[in-house]
Ligand binder design. Structure first.
Ligand code: FES
Ligand SMILES: [Fe+2]
Length: 434
């Protein structure tokens, strides 16, 4: 029996293929993560199309700190802490909207769209030498846009977001920018909570092909479109996992061979033409063979592209926001190409949320089991027994050298290599070598 005490422990044992359960339930580890991971990495804030006009804003979290992401009068993006400099109240109480100024509901301090303080309403009582310009809402020190995604970072010295994503961009870009107009968020994100650690979601999306046929047996059996096209067991052999040393990863499941020709026309033909203008031939080939791709950009932004109707593929962005050691808040956005027809977009939106919204058929399956695993793990007896990632071990040191694309690629897709590599990166940041 392996016992992993919390303090000074080795939480991730890549060689043994084991990860301590503490990592998924402990509040002390959660607080350390906020500092060592969420204060040190890029975090997704919003998609540019959520705030297209001057004055538009959304309220989001960067780590667990709430921030307002706004477009100012000049059309420039701004992000600042949503906590008044007077007594800390949330200056903006709505999830999203359009505002000329932000007036704190407590005593009326008023800030503009850049977070600068305009008035305290009691300026006449301020000492003459007080510097109003130093009392603005604290800015997120780094703000960058990558293919429509707005990222922020609390670490002013972090590498540019394009370097942070690195070679993984080759796999990611076909889902963020595959047409001249780029992607568009179709509606405000769904938001809900789950009683499990944020990493459970991140791991599920980085590469948990093993849960599909058990967890999701219901919808897979009931939906004839999926049943005809899935062929998961066969496809796993032709499919693969991608691992990037920065902790990003994805699992590509290709359509099984031998299906009727029309099964491989998974995107509308007119969009197919547009993709060719933007993507490299290798990326185009990947897109056309895909049944589903799921992936995670370290630490907590995931994406999925999957068939949601006979000729509709939805791109879904997911964020697993930490709340405590045993709780997270999930946000889910549905995207489509800006060039797509209104009818296509409305189908993608409706069917996308039917599958992956807060009450989506797949979501219901997953979240119930994630909460069950957390409940059953969060006690001093269960915590003595690490989680098993053993199916990664025979493959871990054997990447597919013949593969043409960047990053490390592993076959087949239904092992735990990508999950263990995600945990390896997590461990490096949490327990840096002295
Ligand atoms: S807390 Fe905002 S004005 Fe007082
Ligand atoms: Fe799932």
């Amino acid at each position: 029996m392996t016992v992993y005490p919390v303090a000074g422990s080795k939480w991730v044992d890549v060689q043994k293929g084991e990860v301590s359960r503490d990592v998924f339930v402990d509040d002390g580890i959660y607080h350390t993560e906020l500092e060592k991971i969420f204060n040190k990495t890029w975090g997704f804030l919003a998609h540019e199309t959520e705030i297209p006009a001057p004055g538009d804003y959304v309220v989001r979290k960067l780590g667990i700190a709430e921030v307002v992401v706004a477009r100012d009068r000049q059309g420039k993006l701004q992000a600042f802490l949503n906590s008044c400099r007077h007594r800390g109240a949330q200056v903006c109480r709505a999830d999203s909207g359009n505002a000329r100024n932000f007036v704190c509901p407590y005593h009326g301090w008023t800030y503009d769209q850049t977070g600068a303080l305009l008035t305290t309403t009691f300026d006449k009582h301020l000492p003459k030498d007080v510097d109003m310009s130093a009392l603005g809402l604290p800015k997120v020190p780094r703000l960058e846009v990558y293919k429509g995604l707005i990222f922020g970072a609390w670490d002013a010295d972090i590498v540019p977001v394009a370097s942070y994503i690195g070679d993984f961009a080759w796999y990611l870009d076909p889902f963020l920018s595959r047409s001249p107009g780029g992607m568009e968020v179709l509606a405000p994100p769904h938001r809900w909570r789950a009683k499990c650690n944020w990493k459970v979601g991140a791991l599920n999306f980085v590469g948990d092909a093993q849960h599909i046929l058990t967890t999701h047996v219901g919808p897979l059996t009931l939906d004839p479109v999926r049943a005809a096209r899935s062929g998961f067991a066969t496809a796993a052999e032709n499919s693969f996992q991608v691992v990037d040393e920065r902790g990003h990863g994805c699992t590509l499941t290709y359509l099984a061979p031998g299906l009727p020709e029309e099964a491989y026309q998974t995107h509308p033909k007119d969009l197919d033409q547009i993709y060719r203008e933007t993507l490299q031939p290798g990326q185009m080939e990947m897109l056309n063979r895909l049944r589903v791709i799921v992936g995670t950009i370290f630490p907590n932004l995931s994406f999925i592209e999957t068939q949601v109707g006979p000729a509709e593929k939805a791109v879904i962005m997911r964020q697993w926001q930490p709340v405590s050691g045993t709780e997270m808040e999930i946000r889910s956005w549905i995207l489509a190409e800006r060039e797509a027809t209104p009818e296509y977009k409305s189908n993608v939106l409706r069917k996308g949320f039917h599958n992956f919204g807060a009450a989506g058929v797949f979501e219901q399956d997953d979240v119930e089991l994630w909460a069950s695993a957390t409940l059953a793990s969060d006690n001093t007896i269960a915590r003595q027994f690490p989680y098993s990632f053993h199916t990664a071990l025979p493959y871990l040191n054997n990447p597919d050298e013949a593969h043409q694309g960047p990053c490390k690629v592993f076959r087949p897709a239904d092992t735990e290599v990508a999950q263990l590599e995600f945990m390896r990166r997590w461990g490096q940041l949490m327990e840096p070598i002295a």
